[in-house]
Design a protein. Sequence first.
Length: 110
Amino acid sequence: MDAFIGKRICQARKAKSLTQEDLAELSGLSVSAISRIETGRNSTSLKTLSHLCDILDVSLNYLLYDVLTEQPAVQNPVAVDILALLEEMDENQQQFVLDFVKLFVNSRLK
């Protein structure tokens, strides 16, 4: 569970173009603490998670959604892989992929 949350924190940090050093400075945590949280080697308090969410402009739901649900929202393993890749992209890259998929689907329908 900690590794999953850490991965989400890392993705959100990268989406904001922040380094671990930047996040450490903004959060008041050490760089090594940020690293341990992102790799899942350390747990952190809900208060710290909430503070990181504020800095990263993400919700606790974003960090915890898949951890708290019993069934993943997507069951198809290929779709899960696609979603994981999309989560690593910034918004512009995601939009590019969406536009490409729409073009692909529309060309197949003709």
